[in-house]
Design a protein around this ligand. Structure first.
Ligand code: AMP
Length: 190
């Protein structure tokens, strides 16, 4: 079983790369951002709660996000493995993910961060916002707030996973194919 975590600031290409990796390695892709957006679209209670945070570019509270992630994993009992995209984003989420997987006799195989500069990411996100319709992609101050959330809450996970010998990072600037190849080099050596 391969269980991967993709890290990277908003716009780093996690979703795009997860699409390739999931078919190549036959994994189930769980993007917590996508699950929240699905709930917003369907006006569920979870969606209403998440929207107020997401619209500002703030993280949704841990408890809500952790419960949702666990439910998504439980929906796929026959999975050969998972790509966690956009989760964990805090140390509390990372600890609970480890505990949850351990209860299921599973574990994280490795985590990979896609690295790119803020200026490059702002440019990509504003461009994506023109077609995605996502309010959090259309305003530079919301984008910068998402970077701040990443720096404060998610970046510390680098040392969390380095301590477990499970942290890898790759250059996230280049063509989609080049970045996929870099990811596969790391994954195939896990
Ligand atoms: P993303 O699609 O990964 O860029 O996520 C969009 C937004 O969804 C984030 O800015 C957060 O508001 C929320 N979100 C997604 N994943 C998480 C998470 N693991 N923890 C907290 N909030 C999250």
């Amino acid at each position: 079983m391969i269980n991967l975590v993709l890290f990277g600031k908003p716009g780093a290409g996690k979703g795009t790369q997860a699409e390739f990796l999931k078919s190549h390695y036959q994994l189930v892709h769980i993007s917590t951002g996508d699950v929240f957006r699905y709930n917003i679209k369907n006006a569920t209670d979870l969606g209403k709660l998440a929207q107020s945070y997401m619209d500002k570019g703030d993280l949704v509270p841990d408890e809500v996000t952790i419960n949702m992630l666990e439910a998504e994993v439980e929906k796929n009992p026959a999975a050969k493995g998972f790509i966690f995209d956009g989760f964990p984003r805090t140390e509390a989420q990372a600890k609970s993910l480890d505990a949850f997987l351990e209860r299921k006799a599973m574990s994280i195989s490795g985590t990979i961060a896609l690295e790119a500069t803020d200026d490059e990411l702002v440019e990509r996100l504003l461009k994506r916002g023109e077609t995605s319709g996502r309010p959090d992609d259309q305003d530079e101050s919301k984008i910068r707030n998402r970077f701040d959330e990443y720096n404060q809450k998610t970046a510390p996970l680098r040392s969390f996973y380095t301590a477990q010998n499970k942290f890898h990072s790759i250059n996230g600037i280049g063509s989609i194919e080049e970045i996929t190849a870099r990811l596969m080099t790391v994954i195939d050596a896990l």
